[in-house]
Design a protein around this ligand. Structure first.
Ligand code: COA
Length: 351
């Protein structure tokens, strides 16, 4: 029995903010941002949009693809929605990876999506694993399907509105992040998951190193440092990051995960069609590629357009590869995530 990806979707806000737009507001420049990160623009949600709204859009696109509707939403939102809602009835689990849920604690973003899709038989939950959120969510959903009990399909989403937790006066962090969502529908099929002709998710590795938790942290609002009634909040409400520490961790995490995935799946770099890494900084990917001696063209990057969209980055990239015809059946894809927690991990997927 294999767990195969049978639909993909994405959603990005239409408001595209370039480096020059940022440079008009804070002390930065297109040249600095591009040369230090590879980022050219980011898409930012308007005030009325929450993470579940982007998650829902991406989910509808993925579900509509399962129902045979592959056009862009713009070419027929109503038709797409009908196809998506029909396919949603067949979903057994909805798992959302996000570091920026609509609400702290509950309801989960997944429950909001479940309700709006009318996916009445689906159980729904969020996963907190920072930018590795999609990789953790995918393995959780696959594990639940592998338990059997007649369950066949899951909807896995990575969605973020990082612009809402970003300090827009801090040039060291605000230039890095963007908003977006990506989704996949996975199905348990009769194809083999190992040996000749293996398909789907053939390997997943998940890791955590909690000792580095302080290097990417939302310091306020949780049970450790709750907001207090009447308090004037002066600092600590935004995502805090130790850029250098995360950078060093990330280069090692990408290289170590790639090696471990290739070893455990019994493949070499030449067998892989695309490596889809989490994209926090193009230089992290380039440095890891150098360590691995894997050519840059193997890595699919869209950071120039979207910046770091955390848990959304990998499913968003998978949808672009899929819809743009850049992957064909049987291609081997390697995903690699890293981020808050600290967490990291990846998959080998035979498309
Ligand atoms: N525009 C212009 N100058 C900037 C700037 C910006 N947006 N941000 C920082 N600078 C300046 C700094 O103030 C510093 O100036 P100084 O030397 O006069 O003090 C200089 O650029 C170098 O800053 P530094 O922080 O050393 O830059 P860097 O090359 O290490 O790059 C990051 C910083 C954040 C891009 C890099 O550390 C990084 O990508 N880290 C990982 C981030 C990450 O992955 N986060 C998410 C994980 S999922």
């Amino acid at each position: 029995m294999a767990i195969e990806i049978i639909g993909t979707g994405k959603a990005v806000p239409s408001n595209r903010v370039t480096n020059d737009d940022l440079a008009a507001r804070i002390d930065t420049s297109d040249e600095w941002i591009r040369s230090h990160t590879g980022i050219g623009s980011r898409h930012l949600a308007d005030e009325s949009t929450a993470t579940s709204d982007l998650a829902l859009e991406a989910a509808k696109n993925a579900l509509a693809m399962v129902a045979g509707f592959t056009e862009n939403a713009e070419s027929g939102t109503e038709k797409r929605d009908r196809a998506a809602v029909e396919a949603a009835k067949s979903i057994d689990f909805i798992v959302v990876g996000t570091a920026t849920p609509d609400f702290i604690g509950c309801p989960s973003t997944a429950c909001i999506v479940q309700h709006k899709l009318g996916a009445n038989r689906a159980a729904a939950m969020d996963i907190t694993a920072g930018c590795t959120g999609f990789i953790y969510a995918l393995e959780t959903a696959a594990g639940l399907l592998n338990l059997g009990r007649g369950r066949k399909r899951a909807l896995v989403i990575g969605a973020e509105i990082l612009s809402r937790v970003t300090d827009w006066t801090d040039r060291g962090t605000c230039v890095l992040f963007g908003d977006g969502a990506g989704a996949v529908v996975i199905e348990k099929t009769d194809a083999p998951c190992e040996g000749p002709g293996r398909r789907g998710l053939v390997q997943t590795l998940l890791y955590a190193d909690g000792s580095g938790g302080e290097s990417l942290v939302f310091r306020r609002g949780g049970s450790r440092n709750p907001f207090k009634t009447g308090e004037v909040i002066e600092k600590g409400i935004y995502l805090e990051m130790n850029g250098q520490e995360v950078y060093n961790f990330a280069v090692k995490a990408v290289a170590d995960t790639a090696i471990a995935l290739m070893q455990t799946a019994g493949i070499g770099a030449d067998d892989i069609a695309w490596i889809v890494p989490h994209q926090a900084n193009a230089r992290i990917v380039q440095a890891a590629g150098k360590r691995l001696k894997i050519p840059a063209e193997k890595f699919y990057l869209n950071i120039e357009e979207y910046a770091n969209t955390s848990a959304a980055t990998i499913p968003l990239a998978l949808d672009e590869l899929n819809r743009n015809g850049k992957i064909k059946k049987g291609d081997i894809i390697m995903t690699i995530g890293f981020g808050g927690g600290l967490t990291y991990g990846g998959n080998i997927i035979v498309w």
